[in-house]
Design a protein around this ligand. Structure first.
Ligand SMILES: *Cc1c(COP(=O)(O)O)cnc(C)c1O
Length: 418
């Protein structure tokens, strides 16, 4: 459910015509609905109200500080995967004791920053990381609160690039080794064992993989308890999928019911790290048609947003619904909707049935709120798009469009070229 709807023949975001925003801000632009964001967060978080829990929004899905503040005001914590994301979270006003930090490649500087900030928990992904965190914390006269991220070896049945809980993936510590790792952790000077974590993948559209993972984690927690090692936090990660096309993911309440029932009798605070399910359908990428090209074999609609703005179609062969911002009487054609980047892999949609658009018309690439702007780049020296947040009948630019000056701001000439 989202708040991009047609009124008459015009696409609106909440009560604002998309056309109006594009005219004022220019294109391409990312558009988010506050109402959808808040509803999605509240529905997800509310689904777990029966158990002690902390919903830690996954910052990498969409990292704008305005969104982070919006969620923090609703009581959210955050899941971060870099020092940069810790910085964003703190800047947005997320309390440090609601930040959990995952990722396979935490650097010493990032670890120091996280300890200095006194975050809630490190989710540790390797033996060497555990040792480094202990050393750094001890040197700072601190104890790092940690969970080990277990790799439960379950198949999330999603795209291979976003599946993370299989043995062959780089993430987490394999469950067979984790037991000894916990025993080691409790003896380390800079470490305070507080939790256990797993995250099996993204865009998961069934409950079963989550339940399977939780069953394994639960059995593992019980064997830890038998050794006198208690964990306070059980972090189940994120990964709940959304509808891009015809997927029918479980509703958050169904997911929550399954999780809560599987946790029956456990004395843990549940941590959840949803990203996509909160922001995915709350955002759209708005672009303008530059040219149309027709031939006997193919129709192309060239728009002013490309794979640098939204890489998911190119990277994952992902489907995004594409809507005309103004509905016209034009007949439908089959076309590739492509960007201006010099790569054949630069497309937003291929062989798509769509109204025969003409130059200057606007399109909305739907469900682009997650892994959209946050994965965008400057490839082909394209300034990154603006981000706009709509609230009711008003809208705010929450990230200005980059300028060409921004592109070279950090570059400099060596002396011999001056
Ligand atoms: C990316 C990520 C998430 C969020 O995943 P979604 O599929 O967007 O819900 C949560 N936890 C970790 C550790 C992640 O890497």
């Amino acid at each position: 459910m989202h708040d991009f709807v047609y009124k008459e023949k015009s696409l609106y975001c909440e009560d604002v015509p998309v056309e109006k925003i594009a005219a004022e801000v220019g294109t391409p632009l990312y558009l988010y609905s506050r109402k959808t964001l808040e509803r999605h967060f509240s529905v997800f978080d509310g689904a777990f109200r029966a158990v002690p829990h902390l919903t830690c929004y996954s910052v990498k899905a969409c990292s704008n500080i305005a969104l982070l503040r919006l969620f923090a005001r609703l009581g959210a914590g955050v899941d971060v995967v870099s020092g940069g994301e810790i910085f964003r979270a703190l800047k947005a006003g997320v309390p440090a004791d609601r930040i959990v930090y995952s990722g396979v490649g935490k650097t010493r500087a990032e670890i120091e920053y996280a300890l200095q900030s006194d975050i809630l928990q490190f989710n540790i992904e390797s033996d060497q990381e555990l040792e480094l965190i202990s050393r750094v914390a001890a040197a700072m006269g601190k104890q790092a609160r940690i969970a080990l991220r277990i790799n439960p070896d379950v198949d999330p049945k999603t795209h291979p690039y976003i599946s993370t809980g299989l043995k062959k993936n780089k993430f987490g510590i394999k469950i067979e080794a984790a037991f000894d790792e916990y025993k080691k952790a409790i003896g380390l000077p800079g470490i305070l064992v507080t939790g256990i974590a797993c995250h099996i993948g993204s865009q998961i559209t069934e409950v079963t993989p989550f339940v399977d993972a939780l069953k394994r984690v639960r059995a593992f927690v019980e064997s830890l308890a038998a050794e006198g090692i208690a964990v306070k936090y059980l972090d189940l990660g994120g990964g709940l999928g959304i509808t891009y096309n015809e997927e029918t993911p479980p509703h958050p309440s169904e997911y929550a019911r399954a999780v809560i029932s599987e946790m029956q009798g456990m004395d843990c605070t549940l941590i959840l790290e949803p990203g996509r399910v909160i922001v995915g359908n709350a955002g759209a990428l708005v672009a303008r048609v530059l040219y149309t090209k027709k031939s006997e074999v193919k129709n192309f609609i060239v728009v002013d947003a490309g794979m640098n703005d939204l890489v998911r179609p190119s990277l994952y062969d992902a489907f995004h619904e594409i809507r005309p911002v103004q509905i016209t009487d034009a007949h439908e054609i089959s076309a590739d909707i492509v960007g201006p980047i010099c790569e054949s892999g630069d497309f937003l949609a291929r062989s798509r049935q769509i109204a025969d658009l003409s130059q200057g018309q606007l399109i909305a690439v739907m469900s682009a709120g997650a892994y959209g702007f946050s994965m965008s780049s400057n490839y082909n020296s394209r300034p990154r798009a603006a981000e706009v947040l709509v609230s009711g009948d008003s809208f705010s630019v929450i990230r200005q469009r980059e300028t060409v000056e921004d592109l070279v701001r950090l570059e400099s000439m060596p002396d011999y070229l001056k």
